[in-house]
Design a protein around this ligand. Structure first.
Ligand SMILES: C=C(O[C@@H]1C=C(C(=O)O)C=C[C@H]1O)C(=O)O
Length: 113
């Protein structure tokens, strides 16, 4: 089993926008990896993201009926960045390429080429 991380940022707490960003992140993680089987996905959102649950979005848009999904609120610290959706995917995969998109790229500058 491998754990793959990802994160993206939103600009506004609006359902349509959150949905687009969530699907973009999920698609990109799938594209950048060779995942054979997903076992579970934990998603965290910062406390300002309240309009729609990203886990509901991925469950409804992808074949995840038998996958354990959970959405939690990210712990908040004094310099925490708002508007961030994080993914932690436990899976069987030949790769573990992490995907950080948009402003979430700032979270992991060490991953930048
Ligand atoms: C830097 C991030 O944000 C925080 C720090 C993390 C880390 O240092 O690995 C992981 C998750 C978050 O608590 C991130 O999402 O990668």
């Amino acid at each position: 089993m491998i754990a793959i991380r990802g994160a993206t940022s939103i600009e506004k707490n609006e359902s349509k926008h959150i949905k687009e960003k969530t699907i973009e992140l999920y698609d990109k993680i799938m594209k950048e990896n060779d995942i054979k089987k997903i076992l579970s996905i934990i998603v965290s959102v910062t406390s300002d993201i309240t309009e729609i649950n990203p886990v509901t979005i991925i469950r409804e848009n992808f074949k995840l009926k038998k996958v354990a999904l959970l959405c939690v609120q990210e712990a908040q610290f004094k310099n925490s960045k708002n508007g961030i959706i994080r993914f932690l995917i436990h899976c069987e995969s030949n790769t573990n390429n992490f995907v950080f998109l948009h402003d979430a790229r700032e979270l992991r500058p060490d991953l930048e080429e």
